[in-house]
Design a protein around this ligand. Structure first.
Ligand code: ZN
Length: 296
């Protein structure tokens, strides 16, 4: 089935360049890719070389991040987010005690607020979503610069730290964006902090099994379509950083936020079992945290 690129691309989007359509891995250019899933939303591939799982979307995802998205996904876990943000800042400060910080995909602004409280200054928050920037403004105050894309007028301002908390997977052309961040906005010797979902082989085998027994449209959710473009694992992210000659300073796989399952109907309980409980059991450390340093 030929790839059809997204038809509409909004101006206020995190898309920094068109999504490539070549039949190679979006991160390492290897032609050794295997298609795992096809749906009306697009196609999912796994790279046999760097092991990343990636999604070629047929839909424009930029309009998905409205205020309801943040209310539904993050309001209930804001306290947990705050505690994690403080812990992540402490991890960063082991390598970069203070300085300027850009948070790419700043969401509700919890991380930026924690960074400011810990002494980081001249912070910039970037987010595709105006709803996110509004929430961030409430959390950090008026002095922090907030923008929708890197093309806005921050010129070539360079930062001591760039963070991507749960945003890397959602960027349509992550490699181009990462290169922009590294080349234009990270100081030599600067620190890149990434937190992103971690997908192991057991989980992929589980979804492969489900795809034999469930209709294709149900499988979309197991690959997190259409929101996530990249599903990393520790090897894929290590290979990516090595490509840019970064030094990995810290790497850990941990459990994501625990969300309460309040299912009343049998269908909702089954959904909770298939989508949350079993994945937690077979892929318990479902979140990767990596701190890497750019070459001096
Ligand atoms: Zn690859």
């Amino acid at each position: 089935m030929p790839y059809v690129p997204p038809v509409t691309i909004q101006s206020n989007t995190m898309i920094e360049a068109p999504v490539p359509i070549a039949n190679v891995c979006v991160l390492c250019d290897s032609a050794r890719i295997k298609r795992l899933h096809v749906s009306t939303k697009g196609e999912v591939f796994r790279c046999r070389n760097c092991t990343v799982v990636f999604f070629r979307s047929r839909v424009d995802t930029s309009a998905l991040y409205d205020s309801a998205y943040f209310t539904n996904n993050y309001a209930a876990i804001q306290e947990a987010q705050r505690a994690k943000a403080e812990r992540y800042i402490a991890t960063i400060q082991q390598f970069q005690a203070t300085g300027s910080l850009m948070d790419y995909g700043c969401g509700s602004g919890v991380f930026l607020a924690a960074a400011e409280a810990a002494g980081f200054t001249n912070s910039v928050g970037v987010d595709i979503s105006d709803a996110a920037l509004e929430l961030t403004r409430r959390n950090v105050g008026p002095h922090v610069r907030l923008i929708n894309t890197l093309s806005e007028d921050i010129g070539e301002q360079k930062f001591d730290v760039i963070s991507l908390i749960d945003s890397a997977a959602h960027v349509p052309n992550f490699r181009v964006t990462l290169e922009l961040l590294i080349e234009r906005h990270l100081k030599p010797g600067g620190v890149l902090f990434v937190r992103t979902p971690n997908i192991n082989r057991w989980y992929l085998t589980y979804v492969k099994f489900l795809s034999c027994v469930l209709p294709s449209e149900y499988i979309d959710e197991f690959y997190f379509l259409p929101k996530r473009y990249l599903l990393f694992n520790s090897r894929a992210i290590r290979d990516l950083f090595q490509k840019y000659r970064f030094t990995i300073l810290h790497s850990a796989a941990e459990s994501d936020y625990q969300r309460t399952i309040s299912a009343t109907s049998l269908k909702a309980q089954l959904r909770g079992l298939l989508m949350r409980r079993i994945p937690r059991w077979i892929n318990p450390r479902n979140s990767l945290v990596v701190v890497a340093q750019s070459p001096q």
